[in-house]
Design a protein around this ligand. Structure first.
Ligand code: GLN
Length: 545
């Protein structure tokens, strides 16, 4: 039997509901239960694949090839487990299923209604995900904030589940308590309104997680208890800002969140084992030795926050690898486009121990990234290319080392004389017929590693599975010319003979991958390629300018 914890947001978005959900999952797992987590996104997009990262943040890819919300990445990192695609749904996906079923006479001639048929489909999906995970607990994160029009049907699903089995469903509100500077006092009223909105949807939160800049004091807890209909002050969990998201479970447990949840379910914990996590959080807090890494990207959009959201798995993977080597990574974001306007700006790259060119799409910023890659190659700055980063490293190498003037990826220049990066025939058809959503090469594919290479040494084994999300591939016709100049293929997908990893001989670390290793990095189990990259970066000298 699965028990459900619904996590809803109140007052404002972006206060860490995803991390709160992941942390609740981690805490309950620490008490000896099988836990999984589900993300519900209220938008119409069937999945996150077609959205620009500046709109929505990173598109995370699951092992089974679903393009989904970045919170699934948080769940994987906190739980240390792969989350399957069943654990992600959007309004669009739910409606699509219901409409398809109706077209196939799946409702047997009945009138199909928004209520109850949409919430019933949501419930069916939650139950399926829980069954697949054999979950004792399923934590359900409802995207958006309560009171908005978009997520009401998901709350309705929660209400219906609670009505049917009240002892099986607990509601948690993650709210925010502002401290307006002119008042200087923490205010509870917005949270009270958020609870009223939940009440209007027929739901009473059992627990409030109160996010704020600082911890909550007793009067505030009491006020929330009395005015929000909360059973006990102990059900108001203080959640002040923290430096690292990995401190959040530790903080929740200071207010005994796990115990509170068990009490609601009338359950006892099986064991208590969060020590590994506590030690890890303490260790990373104390690291002093740094390593400076820059990410050369383009998804700046509306400022640094958007950017860090666009590359969240890359950033986390860098941190995990750094921590594993007892270093605190300092990560900077550099806009590739400025190198197009001004070559001299490239000099700043030598202020970093290592450079990452992450995934990306389209023409904007490409020439700037190419210049950054050239700089790393020539100046022996450790370089890690992820997906587009590998493809552009191949373009740069073709142009500047192999003498193929104007070489390019056909994504940017269809008519290039040297299409060193191109599409497979089936992808060509997808593009031509505009079958775009969910049609890239997605999810886990095998990669065979070549003996004697950096990649093989890093992984310490011959065969690995890595997650993909791309439409273009390195063109095998040019491989011989690369090899002659010491740009070697160190990983290949054996089924389709596709290049997966390339690396440059005679460079401290210059390696590109067609896949996204960042998706498989875990806080206490960093990805080996990131670890080798950070190790090389740690050994590199920063030139002062
Ligand atoms: N735009 C490239 C492709 O589609 C790379 C994608 C990526 O970096 N994820 O192949």
């Amino acid at each position: 039997m699965t028990r459900y914890v619904f996590v809803c947001g109140g007052v404002v978005s972006g206060v860490g509901k995803g991390v709160a959900t992941a942390s609740i999952a981690r805490i309950l797992k620490g008490y000896g239960f099988r836990v999984t987590a589900v993300k519900i996104d209220p938008y119409i997009n069937v999945d996150a694949g077609t959205m620009n990262p500046t709109e929505h943040g990173e598109v995370f890819v699951t092992e089974d090839g679903k393009e989904c919300d970045q919170d699934i990445g948080n769940y994987e990192r906190f739980l240390g487990e792969n989350i399957p695609q069943d654990n992600y749904m959007t309004t669009g996906l739910v409606y699509q299923t219901v409409i398809d079923r109706e077209r196939n006479l799946g409702y047997g001639g009945k009138q199909v209604e928004v209520v109850p048929h949409i919430p019933l489909e949501v419930i069916a999906r939650l139950e399926r995900a829980s069954k697949k995970a054999k979950a004792d607990f399923t934590i359900v994160e409802v995207g958006g904030t309560v009171g908005e029009y978009q997520n009401i049907l998901f709350l309705e699903a929660g209400r219906m589940m609670h009505l049917k089995e009240p002892k099986n469903v607990v509601f948690i509100l993650v709210s925010y308590l502002p401290i307006p500077s002119m008042i200087g006092e923490m205010k509870t009223k917005p949270t009270q309104h958020a609870v009223r909105s939940m009440n209007a949807a027929g739901i009473q939160p059992d627990i409030i997680i109160a996010r704020s800049a600082v911890p909550l004091d007793e009067p505030r807890k009491r006020k929330l208890m009395l005015n929000c209909n909360i059973f006990s002050e102990r059900d108001v969990i203080s959640a002040p800002d923290v430096k690292s998201i990995y401190e959040v479970p530790v903080n929740f447990e200071k207010d005994k969140l796990g115990e509170r949840i068990f009490e609601k379910f009338e359950l006892r914990p099986r064991k208590r084992n969060l020590r590994g996590w506590y030690n890890f959080a303490r260790k990373i807090r104390r690291l002093r030795k740094t390593v400076k890494i820059a990410i050369v990207g383009k998804y700046f959009g509306t400022g640094d926050f958007t950017l860090s959201d666009s590359y969240i798995s890359v950033i986390e993977a860098v941190k995990h690898a750094g921590w594993g080597l007892n270093r605190a990574p300092e990560i900077s974001w550099l806009d590739a486009e400025k190198y197009e306007k001004n070559r001299r700006a490239l000099k700043e790259l030598s202020e970093y121990h290592g450079i990452i060119v992450p995934g990306g799409f389209g023409a904007r910023g490409v020439e700037g990234k190419l210049r950054a890659i050239e700089f790393c190659r020539k100046n022996k700055v450790p370089f890690l290319g992820l997906c587009y980063g590998l493809q552009l490293a191949a373009v740069e190498f073709a142009r500047n080392v192999c003498g193929m003037k104007g070489a390019h990826t056909t994504e940017v220049n269809e008519k290039t004389k040297y299409p060193v990066v191109h599409t497979m025939p089936e992808q060509l058809a997808n593009i031509r017929e505009r079958r775009i959503g969910g049609t890239m090469r997605l999810g886990a594919y095998g990669c065979e590693l070549k003996a004697g290479t950096l990649a093989r040494k890093a992984y310490g084994k011959q065969f690995v599975m890595e997650r993909h999300r791309h439409r273009y591939e390195i063109n095998n016709e040019y491989i011989q010319r690369f090899l002659k100049k010491d740009f070697v293929v160190s990983g290949v997908n054996p089924e389709r003979n596709l290049v997966e990893i390339m690396e440059l001989k005679g460079h401290p670390f210059f390696l590109g991958v067609q896949f996204h290793p960042e998706f498989k990095s875990r806080p206490m189990n960093p990805h080996p390629l990131f670890t080798e990259f950070i190790r090389a970066a740690g050994n590199s000298k920063i030139r002062s300018n």
